[in-house]
Write a protein that binds this ligand. Structure first.
Ligand SMILES: [Zn+2]
Length: 430
């Protein structure tokens, strides 16, 4: 280990020097480049050349980019910096991407500590946060643009020539504690930052995750345990319409919904889901089997008591009947019950209405036969991976922009698209 470290120490400055000479080479080759104004398209006028530096993995790099201006449009450009994809005074390039990766998986404090251990880079939690904001904004803008592109019916989707016979969509949501600040907290002298105000009632935002997968790619890894070969995740902060827009964009991007594709939507019974499913013409709606049983449990506990063998037996019989597609028989059976108390009657009535309203989504025998599955477990676990594992740890609160950017980064990571960040330009945030 000691030897490894020695070699690393020895070569770090040499790698930096080698990188600097490559930068110099690019600078020399691009010297004659006169940019055009992004507004009026006319060639811009040379203004000045000043030294800039930025931080890369092995240390600071520098360059002398020329600045060009278009005074009527009040625009300026430094083509060399655009070519290199760097921002003066900031952490750039592969170091920025690695710090972004750490921030996507661990809280900023811990990410900063990991940066020291993994990369040998000393950086504050705030420094990691800043990098994550710039990268996250780039990722968020990219996925916004993708969803906008596909929302336009005139845009070209991927070919649906190989569209599968069925595709499964699911959505899940939870709330995030938001931090509402009228102004940023500022450190005064050496005083520690004042504590954040406690979360006030209503300072929550809904965050939603959507999943797209193929029923044919679900495999049973061990009895009762399924996993999927591929799944594509989308996420958004807020509105139900937005998550469905993103799901729609994702299936269009994949070319997975052709004229004969059945869109299978698995839901937990939340109204906002079923209100939006008609956007898919050929669809099959499935009420999550476990949610259906939860309602039966509620009545059984009231009637037979919690943790009683009777309640167990009663619910298991219902589960068996539902699994074999006898939802109408189950409803008829419930209607024959004559509960004694008002509370029981009310609970029974609500169970009967829930099953009656959802009967068309409870043909579980058919879903099992078609290989669609009957549960929303894949969706719930995906949502937990995207959101809970990073954004819902104890005491965490988020600004709207901060949550949106971090979600965008996690999505790239969990979708296996992290390399996309190499092609995105980091967004400079004032
Ligand atoms: Zn101009």
């Amino acid at each position: 280990m000691q030897l490894e470290r020695e070699v690393e120490q020895e070569y770090r400055p040499r790698m930096l020097a080698s990188l600097q000479s490559k930068v110099d080479q690019v600078a020399a080759e691009s010297r004659a480049l006169v940019p055009v104004c992004p507004c009026c398209g006319r060639p811009m006028v040379y203004h000045d050349t000043r030294r800039v530096s930025w931080q890369a993995h092995w240390g600071h790099l520098q360059a002398f980019p020329s600045r060009y201006r278009c005074s009527p449009c009040k625009q300026q450009r430094r083509p060399l910096l655009e070519l290199l994809g760097v921002e003066p005074g900031r952490i750039c390039g592969s170091l920025a991407r690695r710090l972004g990766l750490l921030a996507a998986v661990a809280p900023y404090e811990l990410a900063a500590r990991l940066a020291q251990l993994f990369l040998g880079v000393t950086i504050s939690a705030m420094g990691v946060w800043r990098v994550a904001q710039r990268l996250g904004q780039a990722a968020a803008s990219y996925s916004d643009a993708l969803s906008q592109y596909h929302a336009d019916s005139r845009s070209v989707g991927a070919s649906v020539e190989d569209a599968p016979p069925a595709v499964i969509l699911g959505v899940d949501g939870c709330t995030l504690g938001m931090q509402i600040r009228s102004h940023r907290r500022r450190r005064v002298g050496t005083e520690p930052l004042p504590a954040l105000p406690p979360i006030e009632q209503g300072h929550f935002r809904e965050v939603k995750t959507g999943v797209v997968l193929l029923p044919s790619e679900r495999v049973e890894t061990s009895p009762g345990r399924r996993s999927v070969v591929r799944r594509f995740l989308v996420t958004c902060l807020g509105e139900a319409d937005e998550i469905f827009r993103r799901l729609y964009a994702q299936v269009r991007e994949l070319g997975w919904v052709g004229p004969h594709t059945v869109v299978v939507i698995v839901g937990d019974g939340a109204e906002w889901i079923w209100k939006r499913t008609p956007m898919f013409v050929h669809r099959c709606e499935i009420l999550d089997f476990w949610h259906a049983l939860e309602h039966a449990w509620a009545f059984a506990h009231l009637r037979y008591g919690e943790d009683t063998a009777q309640a167990d037996r009663w619910v298991h019989r219902i589960a068996e009947d539902l699994r074999t597609g006898k939802v109408q028989a189950v409803i008829a059976g419930l209607k024959r019950l004559r509960p004694k108390t008002g509370e029981l009657r009310e609970s029974l009535q609500s169970l009967i209405s829930y099953y009656s309203e959802n009967a068309e989504r409870m043909r579980y025998d058919e879903y099992l036969r078609l290989g669609y599955g009957i549960g929303s477990g894949a969706v719930e676990s995906a949502h937990k991976q995207v959101v809970h594992a990073r954004l819902r740890q104890a005491g965490m609160r988020w600004s709207e922009a901060g949550a949106r950017r971090l979600l965008a980064l996690r999505l790239l990571l969990l979708n296996g698209d992290w390399a996309l960040l190499d092609r995105l330009r980091m967004v400079s945030l004032a």
